[in-house]
Design a protein around this ligand. Structure first.
Ligand SMILES: C[S@@+](CC[C@H](N)C(=O)[O-])C[C@H]1O[C@@H](n2cnc3c(N)ncnc32)[C@H](O)[C@@H]1O
Length: 206
């Protein structure tokens, strides 16, 4: 019997994984904690980051069963002792964090790459609520993606992307960085870093 391969591919992950890893290595606490990845998608980031960030425990999640199958398939093809099995997490569900297993080691960071503009605003609010509920003092929330910024013009490629997203779903679209930061309180901004292709890394801390 020919084995099935559920691995999915998102070419952007090949381009952004090194720059994102560079930021994570700088901003994550040194202690060996757990890192909860929200919206892991294909799982390509998870299998790339986990071995590089060992001994931290990387926990991928996605609400989409096909995405979780892809993550599991990538995990099978590139096993890492510190990469967990994919969990079903939908941050737009109320109190989503209550259904998670207990973290061991303790949770030190939540990572959400390319989520909040490709989901309704409610998902961003749910992500922020979960970060407030799950993280302890010093815990990190890492956001990656394109944003609108009040004090600078939006790159034409990002404006076109915003139009494209809204055509897919009127509730999707680039988020205002200032609005996200305000909604995240009491999480505070630690760093905002410009990334390739007009993306940002936004690092928030409780
Ligand atoms: C554009 S993909 C990004 C995947 C991956 N992080 C990456 O950068 O390649 C968006 C992902 O968000 C997930 N997603 C959408 N709504 C979500 C929600 N409410 N909670 C958690 N994940 C969600 C989708 O299933 C999808 O896998």
């Amino acid at each position: 019997m020919v084995p099935t391969d559920d691995r999915r591919y998102a070419p952007a992950t090949q381009r952004n994984r090194e720059p994102i890893l560079g930021v994570l290595e700088r901003v994550l606490p040194q202690a060996a904690g757990s890192i909860l990845e929200i919206a892991s998608g294909t799982g390509e980031h998870a299998v790339f980051f986990a071995p590089q960030l060992a001994p931290r425990l990387w926990l991928p999640t996605d609400p989409d069963p096909a995405a979780r199958q892809s993550i599991a398939a990538w995990r099978q093809s590139q096993p890492a002792a510190n990469l967990g099995a994919p969990l079903a997490v939908d941050v737009s569900q109320p109190d989503w964090w209550l259904a998670l297993p207990k973290f061991s080691p303790a949770l030190q960071a939540i990572v959400a790459i390319n989520l909040i503009h490709i989901a309704p605003w409610q998902a961003c609010l749910g992500l922020l609520a979960g970060a407030r509920a799950l993280l302890g003092p010093g815990g990190i929330l890492y956001l990656y993606g394109p944003f609108l910024q009040a004090d600078r013009p939006t790159a034409p490629s990002n404006l076109a992307f915003d139009d494209y997203l809204k055509a897919q779903n009127p509730h999707w679209g680039l988020r205002s960085l200032e609005t996200v930061i305000t909604a995240a309180q009491p999480l505070q901004v630690v760093k905002i870093l410009a990334m390739p292709a007009n993306n940002l890394s936004v690092i928030l801390q409780l």
